[in-house]
Design a protein around this ligand. Structure first.
Ligand code: MET
Length: 759
């Protein structure tokens, strides 16, 4: 008998019930009891949808983040939060977002740092370790959910973030102390948690150690050995769970650790399977993640049966099957998408459908292939429909991609020559000031867009309203004295969705929300076919903005790599090919903007870095196609046209060569929070082109002073020749309001002017 289970289910709820519940609670509109009740209801619904499985995950549901939940379960709360007192719930939300639902302003504390969970767009709250860190394991909340699941007739399998992964994801907050110093204490704490679970009658526990798919330094490999040897006498069976990649050189270690079973990601780590079958000691369970948890395409069930049958024959009852990773990273239910056309729906599987696929595989393996003949035929028909569909192929696009050559990614002249040509007509002062693109997205703007979307506003009226926004925005920027203006992005709901909706090959869902952090979700578009840009997407708006002012208006685009990384991408061709199609589409837009007289064009690549593979050895390949795609998109312009790019993250050291290869005339980056330290990478590399290090943090409502920005710029001047420095905020201003933006930008312009005068 093969066993089916799931590693985690989307927690946000079919209609984003968790989001709305949380936000209502934070606003004081519902009580904590009500939030608890709504959460129970969500868990009930989610388990209900997983009821065909032999084992359902418990502990995957979270109010904010499961790493934060782990910190709480371990009693590992930073003193700044604990010292404020309050209930456990107060502490939880203070750590998540700086304040609890009942806090007045005085009791606000710094929230835990948030960062991306491996190579996903999910963010977790970083555990903070200091020499004073102590752990007091308390699994009672998890045990209560185990009871809940049992009462509803399910067979629960609690899920824990593995202790070495927990340590690895954390940060040491005091000098000179190493996270690994806490290993022994943490192993003790986990032993305590497992005891409590065993007391509650739990038999299997899923313990997630996704760090096993990364390049591990010897001390971390040792830490895994030490930790799991400490846990050998636990009374529960541990399923050591890995995902998001292949085990590679860690496979032997993973097979050797003294646990009852091993889960591996057979979608991204297919090559590990045979080795694991051979190396896993007798009696251990091998759980194979056979259904893709990171993308939305239907699995090929016939192909899966073909390779699973012999594995099943070899392992018998020791074989478990599951999705490759938690389903947190895909939308919940395709049945909630009436707008998607029939053919496309036939190609897709969201969380609920992925579990149905698992059920079919289980039936096929346990009862023989004959038992699933109809299901396999239906699945094959969907795959044939997709592979033969005319909708996924556009011969003109394919021809254009085949015709790509190196010269198309190459500017006419080197930067030194280009900047002269650009300066001749741009005539910008030293320390030119600009912004990153978006200006406040006011309630008024959102309402107008919604009315238009719903058909309550004519196209003409919508255009008029948006033009009025652009007019105001240009006027504001002129009054502030900015040198390079933008149109403000009022017409854009989102920097990917806006472009996707205007291109062929993209589909959009109505409810396909995926949690990004806390109550925040994103709705990634689905790239299903060849990408083309039939008509200009931004030219009219930017041309209009430029018609209002003598100063240069920067055209604003999202780059090909970011469009790709923030979408669900087709799996029937290499990502490189899709990136090239996107690159050609953006290139056309760039060239149309240039032809319309736009002299500066910014191509945002906010998500370039997060696309880096988890394994270093795969970086080069990724960076090669990603940077080439950017070069194709950006570099088809004359020397006179100035190309900007924007990136908002804080590590450049290890990708400087790639950044330089992009060859943008100006790169704007996020630096204010790092006190310009980030510029070190550019300094050491002797980065030759223009740089705009963000001088104030737009994520905070605080209004920066002129003096603080002057101080930052002076630091920048020490590292980068002043003639190549730009002055700008860290990122777009769409989440701020005008009362914050006006004084902040006025101070920023003042800082730049001050610097110009002081020589
Ligand atoms: N141009 C975009 C903006 O200003 C860039 C955002 S990067 C996350 O909002």
């Amino acid at each position: 008998m093969v066993t089916t289970h799931n590693l985690g289910f989307p927690r946000i709820g079919a209609k984003r019930g968790l989001k709305f519940g949380l936000e209502a609670f934070w606003r004081g509109e519902i009580t904590e009891a009500e939030l608890i009740q709504r959460s129970r209801d969500l868990r009930r619904q989610h388990w209900q949808k997983q009821s065909s499985l032999h084992r359902v995950p418990v502990g995957d549901f979270s109010w904010y983040d499961h790493v934060l939940d782990t910190s709480i379960m371990l009693g590992h709360v930073p003193p700044r939060v604990r010292d404020l007192g309050g209930s456990a719930t107060d502490q939880y939300f203070r750590l998540a977002r700086g304040r609890s639902a009942t806090d007045d302003d005085e009791s606000v504390v710094a929230a835990g740092e948030m960062t991306k969970w491996f190579d996903t767009n999910y963010h977790y709250i970083v555990p903070e370790f200091t020499r004073e860190s102590r752990f007091r394991p308390d699994a009672s909340a998890l045990v209560a959910q185990v009871t809940e699941a049992r009462e509803q007739g399910h067979n629960p399998k609690p899920v824990l973030v593995g202790l070495v992964t927990y340590l690895w994801l954390g940060k040491s907050k005091d000098d000179g102390s190493e996270r690994l110093e806490h290993l022994t204490a943490l192993a003790e704490a986990y032993a305590g948690l497992l005891e409590q679970l065993a007391d509650a009658g739990v038999d299997w526990v899923q313990i997630d150690e996704p760090i096993l798919v990364t390049d591990l330094a010897p001390e971390w490999r040792n830490a895994l050995e030490t930790a799991y040897h400490r846990l050998t006498d636990t009374r529960v069976s541990l399923l050591l769970t890995t995902y998001f990649g292949h085990l590679g050189d860690n496979l032997e270690l993973a097979c050797r650790l003294p646990v009852a079973g091993l889960h591996l990601d057979a979608v991204r780590g297919g090559a590990d399977v045979q080795r694991a079958v051979e190396q896993l000691p007798q009696g251990r369970v091998l759980s194979l993640g056979v259904v893709d948890g990171r993308n939305v395409w239907k699995a090929d069930l016939t192909a899966l049966m073909d390779w699973l049958e012999p594995v099943h024959a070899a392992l018998g009852d020791r074989l478990w099957i599951a999705p490759a990773c938690s389903l947190l990273h895909v939308p919940m239910d395709l049945d909630a998408e009436p707008d998607l056309d029939e053919a496309l729906r036939g190609w897709l599987a969201f969380a609920v459908q992925k579990l149905e696929e698992l059920e079919i595989l289980e039936k096929g393996l346990n009862k023989g292939r004959n038992a699933i003949i109809a299901e396999l035929a239906a699945n094959r028909a969907c795959h044939e429909s997709r592979s033969q569909s005319q909708r996924v192929r556009n011969p003109a696009v394919r021809e254009a991609v085949a015709g790509l050559n190196e010269a198309m990614g190459q500017r006419q002249s080197p930067y030194a020559r280009r900047i002269e040509a650009q300066q001749r007509h741009l005539d910008l002062p030293r320390f030119p000031t600009t912004t990153i693109g978006s200006f406040p997205q006011t309630g008024e703007i959102r309402r107008t867009r919604l009315q238009y979307r719903r058909g309550d506003l004519s196209e003409a009226a919508y255009r008029e309203a948006m033009q009025a926004e652009i007019r105001d925005c240009i006027r504001e920027q002129e009054a502030l004295g900015l040198d390079v203006l933008v149109h403000g992005e009022a017409e854009r709901n989102d920097m990917v969705e806006y472009f996707g909706e205007l291109m062929d090959g993209f589909a959009f869902t109505r409810h396909g929300w995926v949690q990004s952090f806390g109550s925040r979700c994103v709705k990634p578009p689905i790239i299903y076919g060849d990408v083309d840009r039939p008509d200009p997407m931004t030219v009219d708006w930017i041309r209009y903005a430029q018609s209002l002012t003598e100063r240069p208006v920067k055209g604003m685009l999202t780059g090909p790599v970011t469009l790709l990384n923030w979408s669900f991408v087709r799996d029937d061709q290499p990502e490189r090919d899709t990136a090239n199609q996107l690159a050609l589409a953006v290139r056309k837009e760039v060239q149309d903007l240039e032809a319309a007289g736009i002299r500066i064009i910014q191509i945002d690549e906010a998500a370039l870095r997060e696309g880096l593979p988890l394994r270093r050895s795969e970086w080069e390949t990724y960076l090669e196609w990603a940077i080439n795609a950017f070069r194709i998109a950006a570099n088809g312009v004359s020397d006179d046209t100035q190309i900007h790019t924007h990136m908002c993250y804080s590590e450049f050291n290890d990708i400087m060569t790639a950044i330089a290869r992009m060859d943008a005339d100006v790169i704007t980056i996020e630096t204010s929070r790092s006190d310009m330290e980030l510029l070190e990478a550019f300094e050491h590399f002797e980065y030759p082109n223009g740089i705009g290090p963000g001088v104030y943090d737009i994520h905070s409502p605080n209004i920066p002073t002129e003096a603080s920005m002057v101080a930052l710029l002076r630091k920048a001047v020490e590292r980068i020749p002043s003639e190549r420095l730009w002055v700008n905020p860290d990122c777009g201003l769409k989440t701020r309001n005008w009362d914050e933006v006006r004084p902040a930008l006025a101070a920023m312009v003042g800082a730049a002017r001050g610097l110009r005068q002081s020589g």
